[in-house]
Design a protein around this ligand. Sequence first.
Ligand code: AMP
Ligand code: ZN
Length: 475
Amino acid sequence: MMEKDSTTRLMLFNTESREIESIVARDHLIRMYTCGPTIYDFAHIGNFRTYVFEDLLRRTLEFFGYKVVQAMNITDVDDKTIRGAIAKKGSLLEFTEPFRQAFFEDLQTLSIEKAEYYPAATDYIPEMIRVIERLIEKGCAYVSPNGSIYFKIKSFPTYGRLSHLRQEDLLPNASGDNDADEYDKENISDFVLWKVFDPARDGLICWDSPFGKGRPGWHIECSAMAMKLLGETIDIHCGGVDNMFPHHENEIAQSESFSGQRFVRHWVHVEHLIVDHKKMSKSLNNFYTLRDLLKRGYSGPQVRYLLLSTHYRSQLNFSLQGLDAAKASLGRLEDLILRLKSIQSNRSEESVSGLLLKADTDFKSALAADLNISAALAVLFDLVRELNTLSDANVLSKKDASEALALLEKWNKVLAVLPFQPEEQIPEDLTALLRQREQARKEKNYALSDQLRREIDARGYCLEDTPTGVRLKKK
Ligand code: AMP
Ligand code: ZN
């Protein structure tokens, strides 16, 4: 049963406690950290499943009245970006910049709200060095014979508490650094904090530090930037399930050893987008980028709808048929919006306000229950059916329709798939031209109607036939 009160509390599954817990803000603020992309290539839609969910979570928090401060890191230094820069005979920045820009364009195409911070790893090297120095001072990290620095996981007794692993169960490759020389470490599971410079691997790319030339490991990047930008304790930390171990486990160990404070209050992990039972990934070469799908004629909102419509703790099986179904569902919503906008009647049924109020309560309750998006979308489509039925029966007034539109627009602050913005952006004088053209056609004045069409065309808009009449669309 869904809760019915207006003070519904937002509840979210916490990977660490394995409980659904309520979100409690400190000083009305949610500090949220989301692991971001490595900019050596275009992100694929598996990555975007995670980023779209994180946006849904951010928007839901805002819907429930929280203020969110979010940081998403941009990894611009690692083996892959260095390899790419060397292959192109350019600097790291020259190699990564086009992928950074492409990433931001893709975020916009998918209507992902801007985070407050997008820190690039290369801008925070001094902060990372500071954390590593303190870890060495505290005896939690050591310099290996080859000069790289490792975190000593034996120094952190609760290592494994997020992914519910015991230290003795750790896999040999728990460190996550595939190129680390295992003989340099005291323990096979220790992970690298600072990689000593290797000209054969790194070309000219390195930074000076008190421990010699080198570069930071991947895990330390997130700890240093999260603590610098959001404080030593952050409220929500998200990522895909593959980040849970070892990356997030390592983030906890480094950060808590550094600060002596709890690092994250609430961990949220997104299940994978899969293809034929396998995780979509670059290494399996089973991926689509967003751009691949746009080239096939799909739109940002259609891809976003597909990515957000499966609950984040279930795997999402991607197929083009699934994307077609998402497109059709979104089409029904768009048709309803056009239909509501065209209603001019005064005839009304009293029940409409009550219907909208109940739907709003149910929608909010569904989101409050660990972002139960399937239930929220079911509420939405039940409402679509009921509004269409009322409209068929001619008992929706202009006022009812505008109340329904206001509700859809409110929900769209969370879903961000409905075409409210583009419609609003059409200049008023163009809408006037469209009305004149409709009138000219009614009067069979085809010369004038053609002339008005050409004027609209010259302004960069075309006319689109819809079930409820002709509308303007940006070309
Ligand atoms: P990466 O560039 O591999 O570090 O991934 C960036 C983000 O995308 C991380 O939060 C990953 O957990 C997430 N991710 C990678 N592949 C997938 C996938 N197939 N489905 C969902 N999330 C993914
Ligand atoms: Zn991270």
